[in-house]
Design a protein around this ligand. Sequence first.
Ligand code: NAG
Ligand code: NAG
Ligand code: NAG
Ligand code: NAG
Ligand code: NAG
Length: 542
Amino acid sequence: MKMCWHCVAKFFVLCVAVVRVDAVQRFIEMPTYTEVNPGEDALLKCRISDKKGVCSWQKDNKPVGIYRGKYEWANENSPVGGDCSLWVRAATLQLDDGQWQCQVTASNYDVQDALSSPPAALAVRVPPQSPRILFNGSHVMPGQNITVPAGSRATVVCEARYGNPPAYIEWYLEKERLTAWSQTNASEVERPRVWASRSVLELGATRSAHGRQLACRAHHPSYPSPYYKDSFTMLDVTFVPVVSIVGADASSLGNLEEGSSALSLECRAEGNPAPYVWWTRNGQVIATNGPKLILAPVSRNHSGIYGCQARNSLGTSDSVKIEIDIKYPPRVTWVGPDTVVEANLFSQVTLECKADGNPTPSYQWYHNPTPSVHINSAPEDGYPAATTAQLQLHNVSYNQHGRYTCVAVNHIGVEERTHQSEPITLNVLGPPVGAETGTAHAWSGAEGRVHATVCADPAPRRAAWLWGSLRLDVPSQIGRYRALEPSGANGCYRYTLLISSTAVSDARVYVLHVENERGFSSHAVSLTVHGKSLEDTRLDIQ
Ligand SMILES: *[C@@H]1O[C@H](CO)[C@@H](O)[C@H](O)[C@H]1NC(C)=O
Ligand SMILES: *[C@@H]1O[C@H](CO)[C@@H](O)[C@H](O)[C@H]1NC(C)=O
Ligand SMILES: *[C@@H]1O[C@H](CO)[C@@H](O)[C@H](O)[C@H]1NC(C)=O
Ligand SMILES: *[C@@H]1O[C@H](CO)[C@@H](O)[C@H](O)[C@H]1NC(C)=O
Ligand SMILES: *[C@@H]1O[C@H](CO)[C@@H](O)[C@H](O)[C@H]1NC(C)=O
């Protein structure tokens, strides 16, 4: 033996042979974990080299006898030869499930080489019950909901009971495999041979998981193919509502016109449980038909800041706001100070126009507008006298006498909208006013006409032509001289002195004297009488 330990490699085989001679017995195969279906046979393996003792088996620390048809040596001759393997025939859970040990007595009473294998389990398979999911201390029926608030963590348990060996449990969120926090296997109290397997899942509830299926899968070889069973539940993830407004695009909000446009908005709320939705206008709750806000047709009263909000048992959403601005065409609401305004000549006059409209209208004032067919359209010709709400006349003259209208203008979309006021009549009161000097021409022997134009309001009550020592009241006639009734328009009067058979001696200055309640004026017209040839005279006139 001693020399054997010094053997070189090439003598190794010989060396082993030599060792065997006085070798101690030892295991070359020990029983291992074995599973068997009920009623089937299980082979518990145990092989010994240099066996000199006697084989025996223990189950759960108790000796097992050899009984034909139940516990049989695998190799009839072998207990002598070294194979101590044991057949367990027609295995049953009650009799055979347990910890088995293979043992061999010592070679001799003075040799301490008795063998005992570590216990190896023989599991007689028992299919576990179908897996069940527990949440918050109670069973969740298949397909039922698990309700968890978003952002929280839910502890969900799956158990598969009364199985042997314990079932192996997996979790799935739809197709995605989840990692359980732990699985424990505990023998059932009242039936210690079988196991209760429990897997605990810590599930982070997210909104995206809402409505998805959470499945627990128990694997067990005794289950029918495919050797697993599922239990599933639906995730009901609750969350505070989030709202958005549908139908509020810039183009539909930009050109809302009173009376003709309609607006349909929806407050879309996502939330679980299904939220209650409401609308506000300028902060006040308004009555709507659920999440829909329908304004048809829109009116200016509908303008304001609208908000949509939703609430459920978890909380209240933020308010989403939009501004609604209803456009409407201008309307002149007031012009003044009155429909008829009297002003002193050379005084200051202010006419004012008020209009509403959205957008805020601009103003145009027109003097003596041509009467328009439609009150809503601006006068077609003429420039505005002013483009402000107030028309200021700083030094009123007679030619500013007349009718004034105000036109309010705004734009809705690309369209111009206008509204024209009732006219204001401006009467300019003052003494007669006209050119102080003038000229006239006549042909010798023909009819001569001397004109002067005077504006006055009130109308002149008296007028007379004066020349030399003569005075001819209007209207009247002396000899060849006739003072005609004035022709008037717009507060101005054209006076004519008619001279028949004009003589060269008629060339002189004629003075028109006009008078009204406010005063008087004089206008000197110088008459030139022509007696020359037609051509020469024409040149003169020019
Ligand atoms: C658990 O159940 C109890 C009563 O059944 C209930 O009051 C509690 O809100 C539940 N907890 C959760 C997280 O569902
Ligand atoms: C489960 O939750 C969904 C979504 O909240 C709900 O529609 C459904 O009615 C619930 N089912 C049960 C059985 O409670
Ligand atoms: C429970 O049993 C399963 C299946 O047999 C096994 O995979 C798992 O490791 C066991 N867990 C524990 C803690 O024993
Ligand atoms: C607008 O509101 C006023 C007062 O609130 C009301 O008198 C009027 O009838 C409303 N007009 C429309 C078109 O709704
Ligand atoms: C007003 O107009 C008249 C006539 O054109 C002129 O004589 C007068 O000086 C003016 N007055 C003022 C205050 O401008």
